[in-house]
Design a protein around this ligand. Structure first.
Ligand code: NAD
Length: 245
């Protein structure tokens, strides 16, 4: 058990990558708060976490709303007494050219993907600083490294922002013994990528297949555990070799 009795808050934990993250951390001993805009999905994952013997709470929250993030973190602490691990996973996808992008759509994607990561991190920091320990793990994207191929520029820019936010926050929190790292998934088999031209994409992926949610969850587990204690500000590419740096 690499995370025995730790408490993890996973945003967007109701399905896809977030769901795999919740179950993977739970299997390693962590109790899980699942924050999601979709309460029914979060509750379903909470049920699965309980089945592996951990405590779980499902909380409806929109990560782009400051008051809802405050309530999400407060409820997590009220339930479990603390937070050790924050996984900023909630995100929304957008595709389409800049020429057709409205201000509203630009703002929505930046608000959820980038501002949401900022708001959740800021809200959890006092608890982590007090403990002088903790892990923040942000989910960015391949698009944030190389620009959008299928993704719109708003999505790519939001995820590039997440990568640089990770580095900046890592520097800010290093003196407190808090690690902040990031994962940049390529194309992973979730609801988000159902409409992608998957067969064409596979031809451009050196490992020849889409990733599975578990591939990303394994990376999150590494950053959540003490095995990565000397790593901070890093972005881990989990992309089958599409982009290597
Ligand atoms: N699937 C991929 O190929 C891929 C690739 C790169 C990055 N990502 C990133 O990984 C993360 C998870 O992606 P996924 O594929 O599991 O997506 P998904 O759409 O399957 O799941 C996203 C989850 O986030 C929740 N959510 C959406 N908006 C929210 C909000 N405002 N507040 C709280 N919760 C909200 C949804 O309800 C859902 O449960 C996202 O940040 C995404 O950008 C995914």
């Amino acid at each position: 058990m690499r995370l025995a009795e730790k408490v993890a808050l996973v945003t967007g934990g109701g399905r896809g990558l977030g769901k795999a993250v919740c179950l993977t951390l739970a299997k390693e001993g962590a109790h899980i708060a699942i924050g999601d805009i979709n309460l029914a999905d979060a509750e379903s994952v909470a049920g699965l976490v309980k089945q592996v013997g951990r405590k779980a709470v499902a909380i409806r929250a929109d990560v782009s709303k400051e008051n809802e993030v405050k309530a999400l973190v407060a409820k997590t602490i009220e339930t479990f007494g603390t937070i050790d691990i924050l996984v900023n996973n909630a995100g929304i996808f957008h595709k389409g050219p800049v020429a057709e992008m409205t201000e509203e759509v630009w703002d929505k994607v930046l608000d959820v993907n980038l501002k949401g990561t900022f708001l959740c991190s800021r809200e959890v920091l006092p608890t982590l600083k007090q403990k002088r320990a903790g892990k923040v793990i942000n989910i960015a994207s391949l698009a944030g490294e190389v620009g959008g191929i299928l993704a719109g520029s708003n999505y790519a820019a939001s995820k590039a922002g997440v990568i640089c936010f990770t580095k900046s926050l890592a520097k800010e929190l290093a003196p407190f013994g808090i690690n902040v790292n990031c994962i940049a998934p390529g194309v992973i088999d979730t609801e988000m990528t159902q409409a992608f031209p998957r067969e064409d994409l596979k031809k451009s992926i050196p490992l020849g297949t889409l990733g599975e949610p578990q591939d990303v969850a394994n990376g999150v587990l590494f950053f959540a555990s003490e095995e990565s204690k000397y790593i901070t500000g890093e972005t881990l590419n989990i992309n089958g070799g599409i982009f290597m740096d």
